[in-house]
Write a protein that binds this ligand. Structure first.
Ligand code: SF4
Ligand code: SF4
Ligand code: SF4
Length: 313
């Protein structure tokens, strides 16, 4: 595919979250290809730029530009720590650059900080070293993904340990103007208007929290927040999707599951052949990693305990 110089220049200055940068040129080429053209023009490059601005919002692209200029953008430093010298890596979804809501970032931060502390306290790096039987390489790194909502813009299911923030919407009985914004915005079709008020079908709802921000009347709001924990995924030679260990827990529950998982790995018998973490999870099954007394969202106990500990504020 040929490229106009102006198209190259435009995309040299595009502001997207770094994990998306690899897709920018391909997106411009896609636009040319789909129009039957063999050269990427400035028009294709501008369309690519607009597409990403629409997807992430102008605020995010502005934040990324300001970060590029070295300005303080007011996002938590913890989001950008590299964990250099460690054999664990924590990735966060594009919300870390200001995409989506502050509420989701607060949830991500509330679990990120104790999780990083726990990884250091458990000496996760030493555990990985102890288990390795081949020269240390990137596939040895214990990978953790923290995702701001179940849209999963960056899949936690191919990581050793994945955490998905969940927001359960609730409705007030009064104040709905029947504008339909919530109904049309829910891609799961989980909201209907009945007798002038929204009704949420929790069998369909994936707990993304998207409807709350659509409702300007604040008829829909988030009362409960929790984390889903998935463990044992890998995208390596024998790909495996992480399995769910907890459907709904708090930050303390997440770190407790991490501790169980790393302790199990530490204690897992060493064999001549290397046993990666995901292989151990496959052999042991995830039941041994579950916490006792886990509750489902929407029960009085969950709400009460959450409010008592002030963890979902
Ligand atoms: S996963 Fe959710 S919170 Fe994260 S960037 Fe995607 S939509 Fe936003
Ligand atoms: S939280 Fe997400 S899936 Fe659930 S009703 Fe709202 S928009 Fe739909
Ligand atoms: S967005 Fe809010 S006001 Fe509009 S229909 Fe839904 S609940 Fe009613």
């Amino acid at each position: 595919m040929e490229w106009e110089k102006e198209a190259e220049d435009i995309l040299d200055h595009i502001a997207v979250p770094p994990m998306m940068a690899q897709f920018v040129r391909m997106d411009a080429e896609r636009r040319a290809l789909q129009k039957g053209q063999s050269k990427v023009t400035a028009a294709h490059a501008r369309a690519t730029m607009k597409g990403y601005e629409r997807t992430f919002g102008c605020e995010v692209t502005d934040v990324i530009r300001r970060m590029g200029r070295g300005e303080d953008v007011g996002l938590p430093d913890a989001f950008f720590e590299d964990d250099d010298g460690e054999l664990f890596k924590i990735d966060l979804c594009p919300a870390k650059y200001g995409a989506c809501t502050a509420e989701k970032r607060e949830m991500m931060l509330a679990v990120l900080v104790p999780l990083r502390e726990k990884l250091k306290q458990l000496n996760a790096t030493s555990i990985v070293i102890e288990k390795a039987r081949t020269p240390l390489m990137s596939h040895h790194v214990f990978r953790i993904a923290i995702i701001g909502c179940p849209n999963c813009c960056m899949s936690p299911y191919f990581n050793d340990f994945g955490i998905i923030c969940q927001l359960r919407p609730t409705v007030k009985s009064e104040g709905c103007t029947q504008c339909q914004a919530c109904v049309t915005s829910c891609s799961e079709g989980a909201i209907t208007l009945q007798n002038g008020s929204p009704v949420i079908d929790y069998e369909r709802c994936v707990l993304c929290g998207g409807c709350e921000k659509e409702c300007k009347q604040e008829v829909i709001f988030t009362k409960e927040k929790g984390y889903k924990v998935v463990v044992g995924g890998t995208g390596s030679r024998h790909p495996r999707i992480a399995q769910t260990v907890a459907q709904w827990t708090d930050a303390t529950g997440v770190t407790a599951i991490l501790e169980k998982a790393l302790t199990a790995y530490h204690e897992f018998p060493v064999e001549k052949k290397e046993i990666p973490f995901h292989e151990m999870v496959c052999r042991l099954g995830v039941d041994v990693l579950r916490l006792t007394g886990a509750r489902k969202p929407g029960t009085a106990a969950t709400t009460e305990s959450a409010e008592k500990r002030n963890i979902f504020q």
